[in-house]
Design a protein. Structure first.
Length: 131
């Protein structure tokens, strides 16, 4: 797995920072524990948090929905972060979110954290092999 994924670029780090900042502002251990940020082709960044409840949407579709609501549908990259103590590590998307991203933007990149702790970029299609 060491050669899977591509190194982060400055815009990837900025996207991670945008998601972390939102979670710092809106974290609620009973309601909002994950934040996501999506960058569109025109360079806009849209963010969202998960919504805890009976039907819990993840942060990724909330961020995509914010972009679509603003009329921006060409997604370039996405990241999600969670809170672990005082840290805000990257959180790899769940299977449902990977499928949703594949349906909307299979050539976009998604920033993931590997089990060995590495953080890297993959295309959405690479994150969902065999889709």
């Amino acid at each position: 797995m060491a050669n899977v994924g591509r190194a982060l670029r400055a815009e990837d780090r900025a996207l991670i920072a945008a998601a972390k900042e939102l979670l710092r502002q809106r974290y609620d251990e009973n309601r909002h524990t994950v934040a996501a940020a999506v960058r569109t082709r025109r360079g806009a960044v849209f963010r969202g948090v998960n919504i805890e409840g009976i039907h819990t949407p993840c942060a990724e579709p909330v961020a995509l929905g914010a972009a679509v609501a603003a009329g921006d549908r060409e997604f370039v990259s996405m990241v999600a972060v969670c809170r672990r103590g005082k840290q805000y590590p990257v959180l790899s998307p769940c299977g449902n979110c990977r499928q949703m991203l594949f349906d909307y933007a299979p050539h976009a990149t998604v920033i993931v954290r590997f089990r060995d702790g590495r953080v890297a970029r993959l295309t959405v299609a690479e994150s969902l092999p065999g889709a």
